[in-house]
Ligand binder design. Structure first.
Ligand code: PGA
Length: 251
């Protein structure tokens, strides 16, 4: 049985005061979340605040990116070991905003997967097609390429120690969610792709959906057999909405 994971991707939002309030709100309501594992990924500078407030609670925390390097002259970068210093469990890698605005290639994302794994972090590995790719009928080709890049680089067993987040780029922050059927279809395809290498890894692998997931559509998405949780952007900035999505996994 795969335990659902609902992770908040706060992106570049918040202030110290706002983050304190959001963390307090999540902490106050997390006891009502029965089934899902809950995690938040704040901007780097707020991670110590997340650690201070969330240590000893049921909420895990993580980063939104990491460097492929372990240390050295890489101005502006943050190493996996630094995230571990603040007890991060997770790190998002390969988010479409990083692929688009920072030109992150499949190869670089695969290197980041390895760097995260080596540092003892659980990568939340994001994949997904653009609208143009969907309309050209190449969704499966695109996600297969993205998944294969990590399998080829790290091996399927290592992939299995991470989490995949399927986020159709056209659904991120647009209010347009994939229908539960559209999402399920791609999730099943991804699991099948992994199963071709290792049925055991595929069976245990959590595949999250991301892209305009909200309290109003979470239950339907999470009810699908291959959707094992969510990566939540906009709706994770409101403690009530975020917790409602986490509770939607209760069934
Ligand atoms: P969204 O973002 O929920 O705001 O669409 C999801 C994500 O980018 O992880």
């Amino acid at each position: 049985m795969r335990q659902p994971l609902v992770a908040g991707n706060w992106k570049m939002n918040g202030s110290l005061a706002g983050v304190r309030e959001l963390l307090a709100g999540i902490k106050a309501g997390v006891d009502e979340v029965e089934t899902a594992e809950v995690a938040v990924c704040p901007p780097f500078v707020y991670i110590p605040e997340a650690q201070a407030q969330l240590a000893g609670t049921a909420v895990a925390w993580g980063g939104q990116d990491l460097s492929v390097h372990e240390s050295g002259a890489y101005t502006g970068e943050v190493a996996g070991s630094m995230l571990r210093d603040f007890d991060c469990k997770y790190v998002i890698i390969g988010h479409s905003e990083r692929r688009t605005y920072h030109n992150e290639s499949d190869e670089l994302v695969a290197q980041k997967f390895t760097a995260a794994h080596k540092a003892g972090l659980v990568p939340i590995f994001c994949i997904g097609e653009t609208l143009e790719e969907r309309e050209s009928g190449i969704t499966e080709e695109v996600v297969a390429r993205q998944v294969d890049a990590v399998i080829d680089h790290c091996g399927v067993e290592t992939l299995g120690e991470g989490v995949i987040a399927y986020e159709p780029v056209w659904a991120i922050g647009t209010g347009k969610t994939a229908t539960p059927e559209q999402a399920q279809e791609v999730h099943a395809f991804i699991r099948g792709r992994v199963a071709a290498k290792s049925p055991q890894v595929a069976e245990g692998l959590r595949i999250l959906y991301g892209g305009s997931m909200k309290p109003g559509n979470a239950a339907e998405l999470l009810a699908k057999p291959d959707i094992d949780g969510g990566l939540i952007g906009g709706a994770s900035l409101d403690a009530g909405d975020f917790l409602a999505i986490c509770k939607a996994a209760n069934g």
